[in-house]
Design a protein around this ligand. Structure first.
Ligand SMILES: O=C(O)C(=O)C[C@]1(C(=O)O)C=C[C@@H](O)C=C1
Length: 281
């Protein structure tokens, strides 16, 4: 099984893949769109990409690709506990407080915003492709007084020294990753629970449309666990909605509610019914 993941090696996405698919042959891609393209064109059997962080919210690039592109279904979700560490090249470990620039993924920088303000008010901060890409860059440039924010696996793999541990601003830090595949997956790990994701576009300018969509689920006692709007990219004030249901899309009552939502003039894109897996179990 070939698994595309948002790389390079030792990103949090890589941790997600290794925890649920220990046997997979992992193929690192530099960007989220490249991972999704790889599974769409069947160069790989599955793609694993980040979708949402508990502190920073959705990974917009992933959400937008799920809406605008025709991709294979979501087959699984992996929840990874996120611990961000501050690391430097061993040659600079003694003088880490003099770090001039700190690099990482934009989400990771945002998760450590207070730490950066408190400890490195005068340092420059710059976003890189991923946390592991930042760690790799620091390891290749001992001449620079730069530091990276990344995980423990990245520190080990790229030979960096962690000088401050667990620097994320809030202790409850988890990220959701999704697995897309053309085929059904056989996963050995015990799943947590079942859920589904859909995307809904409302008919233009009809008062009460969102209320009607939510009512279609509410009176049938269909439990929603997420509702988020994203710009449709067709003009200000135009949105689509991403909705997570704690149900299968095959359930009769879910089918009835989706039919009703269609009849109201909405467009519904079904992204899949899948199990959730915890990386730490
Ligand atoms: O850069 C990485 O290590 C990733 O896997 C990406 C990502 C993200 O997109 O949010 C994943 C988990 C963390 O929240 C920080 C970065």
């Amino acid at each position: 099984m070939k698994a595309a993941f948002f790389g390079p090696e030792a990103t949090f996405t890589d941790i997600a893949v290794q925890s649920v698919f220990p046997e997979a042959s992992r193929v690192a891609y530099r960007t989220i769109p490249e991972c999704l393209e790889a599974v769409k064109t069947k160069q790989v059997d599955m793609a694993v990409v980040p979708l949402e962080n508990a502190l920073e919210g959705s990974v917009n690039l992933t959400v937008d690709y799920l809406y605008h592109e025709e991709l294979p279904p979501i087959r699984a979700e992996i929840i990874v506990p996120i611990e961000q560490h501050f690391m430097v090249h061993p040659a600079n470990a003694g003088a880490w407080r003099e770090t001039e620039k700190i690099i990482s993924h934009s989400h990771a920088l945002a998760q450590c915003h207070q730490f950066l303000r408190r400890e490195f008010r005068h340092a420059e901060v710059e976003a890189m492709g991923s946390t592991a890409a930042a760690a790799k860059y620091v390891s290749e440039h001992p001449e620079l007084k730069w530091g990276a924010i990344a995980n423990e696996m990245a520190a080990e793999l790229y030979g960096l020294e962690i000088v401050r541990r667990a620097i994320h601003d809030y202790p409850f830090n988890h990220t959701r990753f999704i697995v897309l595949s053309n085929e059904e997956l056989h996963i050995e790990k015990t799943p947590d629970f079942l859920k589904s994701t859909i995307m809904v576009t409302l008919p233009t300018d009809k008062a009460g449309s969102l209320h009607q969509v939510l009512s279609a689920f509410a009176w049938r006692k269909i439990n929603l666990s997420k509702l988020e709007s994203r710009p449709l990219k067709t003009g200000l004030g135009n949105y689509f909605f991403m909705i997570d249901l704690n149900h299968s899309l095959e359930e009769k009552l879910v089918r009835f509610s989706l039919e009703e939502i269609h009849a109201l003039g909405c467009t519904v894109k079904e992204l899949g019914t899948y199990y959730r897996y915890m990386a730490d179990k």
